[in-house]
Design a protein around this ligand. Structure first.
Ligand code: ZN
Length: 346
């Protein structure tokens, strides 16, 4: 599929997109939880480049430039606003390098601004300007399309879409749905996605916040409501009806958390395993979703599972588990029977 654009690839089959760079680079020790600004782009570019490679190796069809939260409001918050353009251009340079060498799609990325206020016209002007500057840098870097993600307000997502359409680029727009199954401005996910599709989005759907179990029912309704490919990129956490989002998850087995909330850095025990993410990918595909991935919390083995569940064999599949050669649990005829017999004692 190298050389083909987003629309052509979607016409030929599902597209896989790894997200969740903030969480994974935080775990690797190069980014601070809390402010969650992609400072690693400037301070440790080799770490960002390696993670792009890891995700592509695991089956991602898209290299998403790490410009999530590389926007004016976030950089102001940490006192690095003067480096806004450098951070964006560097993230785009890194992403393009990996996309070019691997024949994957190269995507720009914009997201919730945290300044947008439906009751404040000045905040809306600021929001639009933030989108326009980031989209402009992405367009100059030669992206194949732009992801606009993690919006809680339908109207903010529409503004992001308008900025992308003004740059004449394809747009993937995904909403973040919190505990209440509606946007913060009161639209159902399906009505919001239909509005975005009607306004020209090439792909619409959901990302982040909800795990597979609490995102899939919403995806089904979106697929029924729109005529464009639908995106589903949950967080890899075991959310439930009672705790539908990763912020609402609690961990009754741990009493040493700094607050009652394991979000964002102590969600490990609630992490979906690779089999659960494979089940998610099969279920989302069966419901009709065609742009699949994993958001905050994603690790390369999750992406490989999604890819394999869709019938792919990415380079990382060479190392997919094969327990037949395990010293104790294996079945290989050259293994020591004494160890195999001892396996029940392990
Ligand atoms: Zn996320």
């Amino acid at each position: 599929m190298a050389g083909k654009g987003l629309r052509e690839r979607l016409a030929a089959g599902p597209v896989i997109c790894a997200e969740g760079y903030l969480f994974e680079i935080e775990r690797r020790g190069y980014l601070q939880a809390g402010a969650f600004v992609p400072e690693a782009v400037l301070d440790h570019p080799e770490v960002v480049e390696q993670l792009h490679r890891d995700f592509v190796h695991a089956g991602s069809d898209v290299v998403e430039a790490f410009t999530y939260y590389a926007h004016r409001e976030k950089l102001r918050l940490i006192g690095r606003e003067a480096q806004l353009e450098d951070m964006n251009r560097q993230a785009l340079r890194i992403g393009k390098r990996v996309a070019d060498e691997s024949g994957t799609l190269f995507a720009g990325d914009i997201c919730n601004t945290n300044v947008y206020d439906p009751a404040d016209a000045a905040s809306q002007r600021a929001t639009r300007a933030m989108f326009e500057e980031q989209v402009g840098w992405a367009a100059e870097a030669g992206v194949d399309f732009i992801v606009a993600e993690t919006f809680s307000h339908a109207a903010e997502a529409k503004m992001a879409l308008e900025a992308i359409k003004s740059a004449k680029l394809p747009a993937v727009v995904t909403m973040a749905i919190h505990r209440a199954p509606v946007t913060r401005d009161g639209m159902t996910p399906e009505d919001c996605c239909k509005m975005l599709a009607d306004a020209g989005a090439d792909v619409v759907g959901l990302n982040c916040i909800r795990g597979p179990r609490t995102m899939l029912p919403l995806i089904e309704r979106i697929v029924a409501a729109v005529g464009v490919p639908v995106a589903a990129l949950p967080v890899p956490y075991r959310t439930s009806e009672k705790e539908p989002t990763f912020q609402s998850l609690r961990d009754p087995n741990c009493d040493c958390l700094p607050s009652e909330m394991p979000f964002p850095v102590a969600l490990d025990p609630m992490t979906c395993n690779r089999f659960e993410m494979a089940e998610f990918a099969k279920a989302a595909y069966a419901l009709g979703a065609r742009y699949l991935g994993v958001c905050c919390g994603a690790m390369p083995h999750h992406i490989r599972s999604v890819a394999e569940a869709l019938g792919r064999k990415p380079p990382a599949s060479r190392y997919s588990a094969d327990m037949s050669k395990h010293a104790f649990f294996g079945t290989d005829r050259t293994l020591k029977p004494k160890n195999q017999a001892y396996s029940r004692e392990l």
